[in-house]
Ligand binder design. Structure first.
Ligand code: DGY
Length: 440
């Protein structure tokens, strides 16, 4: 899949260009995911950016993480956007959130939602590569408070799986897995608003207006309730448990526990979350007939039966049995009617199954290839011993970047770049992929 291996010269050129993107997007204390389109600091972007920065500027990588944690709420939530950098054309702007209504909000302007908690995993990688015990001790309380908030304040039942109240919290905003849950949201009294995202990127590559209205409506509902977590859990019309988010959190809990042990801090609380989620995960998400993990609509009390690449995330989280892993790979990953490259797809992994009616190969999370998701999948495939598939995916990811540059996402049919240009996590993860052994 995806073309010939890169020559050493082409690899060295990619490294130079990736570092140049990270330098150009650097605003001193934080990194913009993409100039113009995303002018502030985003949560999981900044964690992945720190991983890339550490390849050539460790101190700057640690500063990226410190800057993100400045936005942490008093109750533990690490928000999905920290509005470093002052006013911009981004919608929703800092004022739109009205976070000052919440007693838990920090002085710094932030959003009122969270995002996939990959940060502890990145901190562990930095510590194992560069030995930064002082930094680990510094950030541990913040990481622990965030994970505790996810497993308690945001947990609605005995599974301890966090509930998401907004598709933006999933990081995969307009994924078709949310369609049925979003369709139920009726945006009466929608506040007047003007989209900012389509000023920089073609509307055909961004979420549909139907989804955007609901994104904005949900924020309005939460600010009216002053972001009180009990009210959000009890009343949010959108309430889901997410296979991807939960897998990322589980892996991050493993990494948090390892970090705590590394600096001699007791980790029993984290071990309890790990044990509970290991026991509950498949009961909640696995569908034995389909051989797939499906997200769960907590509000409706039923599975969201849509086939997206997020079904493979439990490989990354270490949350499937070997039998489940083989079913995922043999029946779905390798199936050209769903995910495997073939006549219709040249590049993996399409984020929505090619067989889904909602598949749109150039629209945001409806089908394009994302480098962050490929990186997660590489880790997951290797964790379960699927080395050939991992090598192919690494080569295909690098071929895409070499062909189309550091784009936000890519059309799986022809590899065309889509979304924002000079996208920071694509650059950061290119550095990571190029430093990893084997493949193309
Ligand atoms: C956006 O603006 O599209 C982001 O995904 C929201 O976080």
């Amino acid at each position: 899949m995806g073309g010939p291996a890169l020559t050493p010269e082409a690899q060295a050129d990619l490294v130079r260009r990736a570092q140049a993107v990270l330098r150009a997007n650097d605003r001193g204390t934080f990194t913009q995911p993409a100039p113009g389109q995303y002018p502030h600091q985003w949560n999981w972007d900044s964690a992945l950016i720190a991983l890339g920065l550490a390849h050539f500027d460790l101190e700057r990588a640690l500063l990226e993480i410190r800057s993100l944690l400045q936005g942490q709420w008093r109750d533990g939530m690490v928000p999905h956007i920290v509005y470093h950098g002052g006013p911009s054309g981004y919608f929703p702007n800092a004022e739109f959130w009205q976070t000052e209504r919440s007693p838990a909000a920090p002085a710094l302007p932030t959003s009122g939602l969270t995002q996939p908690p990959i940060l502890a995993t990145i901190v562990r990688q930095l510590h194992e590569r560069h030995s930064v015990p002082g930094f680990v001790r510094e950030v541990l309380p913040a990481l622990l408070a965030w994970h505790r908030w996810l497993h308690t304040t945001r947990a609605a039942d005995e599974t301890r799986l966090p509930c998401l109240v907004h598709p933006w919290e999933s990081g995969t905003d307009d994924s078709p897995r949310w369609r049925r849950a979003l369709d139920r949201v009726q945006p009466a009294d929608l506040p007047a608003y003007l989209r900012g995202d389509t000023a920089h990127v073609a509307g055909a590559e961004r979420p549909h207006d139907h989804d955007y209205d609901r994104f904005v409506y949900l924020i309005d509902q939460f600010r009216r309730r002053a972001y009180g977590p009990p009210a959000m859990l009890a009343q949010s019309p959108f309430l889901v448990q997410d296979v991807l988010f939960s897998s990322i959190l589980h892996r991050a809990d493993e990494d948090l526990s390892a970090l705590m042990r590394a600096v001699a801090v007791p980790a029993e609380e984290v071990e309890t979350w790990l044990a509970t989620v290991r026991e509950q995960f498949s009961r909640r998400f696995w569908d034995e007939t389909a051989g797939l993990f499906f997200d769960y609509d907590v509000r409706a009390g039923q599975a969201l039966r849509v086939t997206t690449a997020m079904t493979f995330a439990p490989l990354y989280g270490g949350l499937c049995s070997s039998r489940q892993a083989h079913r995922l790979i043999d029946e779905h990953w390798s199936n050209p009617a769903e995910f495997a490259p073939g006549a219709a797809l040249r590049y993996a992994v399409t984020t929505t199954s090619h067989g889904e009616a909602a598949w749109e190969p150039r629209r945001y999370w409806r089908g394009p290839v994302w480098i962050n998701y490929n990186w997660l999948m590489l880790e997951g495939l290797r964790r379960y011993g699927f080395e050939r598939q991992a090598d192919e995916l690494r080569a295909s990811s690098l071929a895409l970047i070499a062909r189309a540059g550091f784009r936000e996402y890519y059309d799986p049919r022809d590899g065309a770049g889509c979304g924002a240009h000079d996208f920071a996590w694509s650059a950061a993860l290119a550095l990571e992929l190029l430093s990893a052994p084997s493949g193309g």
